[in-house]
Design a protein around this ligand. Sequence first.
Ligand code: SAH
Length: 229
Amino acid sequence: MRWTDYRLARERMVREQLVARGIRDRRVLRVMMRIPRHRFLGPDAGVEAYADHSVPIGFRQTMSRPWMVAYLCEQLRLRGHERVLEVGTGSGYQAAVLSMLCREVFTIERVAPLAERARRALVDCICPNVTVRVGDGAEGWPEHAPYDRILLTASSDRLPEGLLQQLADGGVLVGPVRRGDGAQEVVRLVRDGSRVHVERLGPCEFVPLQRGVLDDASARPDAAHGHGD
Ligand code: SAH
């Protein structure tokens, strides 16, 4: 595969998946045109990395599909000065996109080998303002709080309470929530002093938020996976 093939795949992805389906934030479009998404899938990834679906990354996890990455970034309403917490590093691709839209990204992943792989890809793609940590993101990352933005990329029944406490006043949290009927939707929370405004944005399908940490010894690469967002 030549680099021009990847560039063409990226151009198509931006035009056919993002612009055609309503992504308007020009900074998001520009950044996704630039970042080599295939590099977050390992050395053998082809242009399939730019296709319109999520991609398995092992450990029963997925890299979110391009449209969802763009949509979440847009809904966070980033201007460039923000410090952002991401829960669920996965491949590191979403963190890379975020890093070019804000000042600093702190991202947490519970599966140690995934965190390590993401860390390497982020160095490779020259994203110096991203810090990756292995941990249970449901507890947030108190040392660097408060955050201007928090993004969850794994779903749960209720947004973890601890995370909200780490959101700055005026800050925005975006993430998937599972409803009673099992369907998931993206919600946006905006903190206004002691009050929180909640908005329901739209349907989605993310892997579940799981508690605890999987270290190198206990994490199994696996094969089984589905195609969510
Ligand atoms: N943003 C990612 C999407 C990854 S899928 C990307 O662009 O590739 C969600 C990730 O959340 C998975 O890697 C999963 O292991 C991780 N995860 C699930 N529960 C978690 C938790 N409590 N803390 C941190 N990461 C978690």
